[in-house]
Design a protein around this ligand. Structure first.
Ligand code: SER
Length: 315
């Protein structure tokens, strides 16, 4: 019998591209998109869609009941910057949303769950360069706290209840298809839109703020590779460190200037996202993902910049 796959939070920056990719692999009718917002035209017309809020248990249960999904991807979350504006909602959505999904996954015998964690699980006392898989973790955003707690729950459900949960600590994700929402790393997407529209960008992070980043193509491929790996290869059931590239606003500007020589950047000095960025890693050690399931990124800074500008121009 063909298996159903449920993607919760299907209309966000990751969901938009993940649903399309999963539908091309498994067939459109097998991938059920779910969100609290009306889907964009493509997703709605390409396959099934359900309006669901992960916090509404009855409605969520009805979706599990209806589709009995064999794989679930839970992407609904409030990110770092919006989380600080609404800490209670961030905690509620990020934590109870996860627990609701894990419990229904057990009840309806979901075979595999994917849940994203983030570089935000690290904090000011974590080593900032080549941040290791295991180290001090003292996140100081509600988002980071909820992701770290979520990682512990994932490992707990794997160890105590046998759920096959897999997870990646995504770096900042850069993409052109759907907009990012409420993150500290979002400058690295906004900059491309403004570069093409106005030839100038005002960055909310300072020139030398280095952060780990990844192009969406790599993130989607990595996610699908992790979900496809044999269970016995997945030795980390909290969440895997994953590296793509690391750069500063200044380095990204230099790269954009190779194609748009007149592009200029300025910097705002007082943005609360700066403090968040300062508490995060600059680069990530992802040897465990390389060893366990052969992770390897394809996009570096220059390839990503070229691809972003090319696609945004033709969009
Ligand atoms: N991109 C996210 C954020 O900035 C990090 O996971 O909040």
């Amino acid at each position: 019998m063909p298996e159903n796959i449920l993607v919760i939070g299907s209309n966000g920056q990751i969901g938009t591209e993940l649903v399309t990719e999963l539908r091309s692999i498994y067939g459109s009718s097998r991938v059920i998109a779910c969100d609290i917002r009306r889907p964009d035209y493509d997703i709605k017309n390409a396959g099934p869609f359900e309006f669901v809020n992960v916090l509404e248990k009855d409605k969520l249960k009805a979706v599990f009941q209806k589709y009995k999904p064999k794989q679930v991807y839970l992407l609904a979350a409030l990110l770092s910057a919006t989380g600080e504006e609404n800490p209670n909602l961030a905690w509620d959505l990020n934590m109870n949303g996860l627990l609701n999904v894990l419990d229904f996954a057990l009840e309806y015998k979901t075979a595999k769950i994917y849940w994203p964690s983030s570089i935000a699980v690290f904090g000011p006392n974590s080593p900032q360069n080549k941040t290791p898989q295991y180290c001090i973790m003292d996140p100081n955003t509600v988002y980071g706290i909820s992701k770290l707690a979520g990682e512990r729950w994932c490992e707990y459900y794997f160890q105590k209840r046998g759920l096959d949960i897999r997870s990646i600590r995504y770096p900042g994700l850069i993409s052109w298809k759907a907009a990012p929402g409420g993150g500290t790393t979002d400058y690295a997407v906004h900059i491309f839109h403004d570069a093409l529209k106005k030839n100038t960008y005002c960055s909310f992070l300072s020139a030398n703020t280095e952060l780990p980043m990844m192009y969406m193509d790599d993130a989607i491929r990595g996610t699908i590779e992790l979900m496809g790996a044999p269970a016995e290869h997945i030795r980390i059931r909290s969440s895997y460190n994953l590296a793509g590239m690391s750069f500063t606003p200044e380095m990204l500007t230099a790269e954009i200037k190779k194609q748009l020589p007149n592009f200029t950047i300025s910097y705002t000095n007082k943005d609360p996202r700066q403090a968040i960025a300062n508490s995060w890693p600059q680069s990530i050690d992802d040897r465990q993902a390389q060893n366990d399931w052969s992770w390897k990124p394809k996009f570096d800074l220059s390839k990503m910049t070229e691809d972003m500008l090319h696609n945004l121009k033709s969009k």
